[in-house]
Design a protein around this ligand. Structure first.
Ligand SMILES: [Zn+2]
Length: 263
């Protein structure tokens, strides 16, 4: 087996693994999306809760102030009943009117705050409902992720074991080259050589479709050493059919030449 063939065996296993895990990856991405949405909802929830608490405290303080005004008004009323002169009565009345005006301002503020509080509480209830709903969706997404994980677990561990076996066959320098391409995040780290025109020796890279120098085809045809596309850098390989067909053509040519020499 040539280095290229060994790498191809590794690549085939990796392709199977990627294919097998693709539905799991989708489920994981969906779950992450739900987590993001849920965390946004929770942030809004926390902010609304803190606004509600502040406003409740304001309303409570206003209520205390109003109660204090009411006490003072009740006391002034008592004093007015026992006022010894009309001058004292009139002074007490002025004081009471001032207090009533102040009380009115606080009451208006408290009513507004209460209205605001009702609106905030309604919004909070809405967010609560959204949170519950989203938690359900997240729960289903997590179950789905787990199920997909379980479904493929056995096959994945089989393939991983196979990968380990295949890996022991590949020379370390080729593994390094292969891993470097994997780390670049390429979809396919290996690509076939595609034949455009055999007579004119025109071949191209199956990944970037760029014309390949004939030397690279020769390396793959002969020793099968690690060969990269000079343009996009993927590791090249020949499909067995193409390899066989080129070999048999070359064989025919060789025979024809022998015959011609014999004539
Ligand atoms: Zn290429």
């Amino acid at each position: 087996m040539s280095v290229t063939e060994k790498l191809l065996a590794l690549h085939r296993v990796d392709q199977k693994l990627t294919g097998l895990k693709s539905r799991l990856r989708q489920a994981e991405a969906y779950l992450r999306q739900q987590d993001t949405i849920l965390s946004e909802i929770q942030k809004t929830h926390a902010s609304l809760t803190s606004q509600v608490r502040q406003l409740e405290a304001t309303v409570h303080n206003d209520q205390n102030e109003i109660n204090a005004f009411d006490d003072r008004i009740a006391k002034l009323r008592e004093r007015m009943q026992t006022a010894s002169s009309s001058k004292e009565h009139s002074a007490l009345l002025t004081e009471m009117n001032t207090i009533k005006a102040d009380r009115g301002l606080i009451e208006t503020r408290a009513v507004e705050a209460l209205e605001q509080l009702d609106a905030l509480k309604a919004k909070l209830a809405e967010i609560d409902a959204q949170r519950l709903e989203r938690e359900k969706v997240r729960g289903v997404a997590a179950q789905d992720r787990d199920k997909r994980h379980t479904d493929i677990a056995e096959k994945v561990s089989e393939l991983e074991a196979e990968r380990e076996r295949v890996l022991t066959e590949v020379p370390p320098s080729a593994i390094t080259a292969y891993n470097e391409l994997l780390e670049l995040g390429l979809d396919d780290v290996m690509a076939t050589v595609e034949e455009q025109d055999r007579r004119n020796k025109e071949y191209s890279c199956g990944a970037c479709y760029t014309h390949l120098p004939v030397e690279q085809l020769n390396i793959l045809m002969n020793r099968g050493d690690l060969t990269k596309c000079p343009t996009c850098g993927v590791i090249l390989y020949l499909e067995q059919d193409l390899f066989d067909s080129i070999t048999s053509d070359a064989e025919k040519k060789r025979k024809r030449r022998t015959m011609e020499t014999l004539d």
